[in-house]
Design a protein around this ligand. Sequence first.
Ligand code: SF4
Length: 114
Amino acid sequence: MPKPRVKTAPTDAEKRRLWAEHIAALVARGRHQVPPLNWRDRAACADNTHPDLWVPFSRQAGVNAEAARVCDWCPARTDCLVAALLDPSELGVRAGLNESTVNRLRTRLGTTDQ
Ligand code: SF4
């Protein structure tokens, strides 16, 4: 008898990826545009207390768990991701996602410079 499939709750990383794909789809439809320049004023990382948390040692590196937690409640999270999707010069961890994930979404949107 086949085992019943157990549906597990998505992990925080999966929730972030799904949220980012949703935002990228809205950007593709023109529903999110370049955020106002002052969006960084609301950024939870703006105080620059721990800048290393958002700068991984490689593009494939995972996101530091502490940085991801801060990003999850950051009031500027959506603007941060939209800015990163539309501007390939935005590097490092953005909106709780590593550079590889952001680059994959940029490629879909055609906003990558590579
Ligand atoms: S979402 Fe994260 S990386 Fe983006 S502004 Fe907020 S704290 Fe900084």
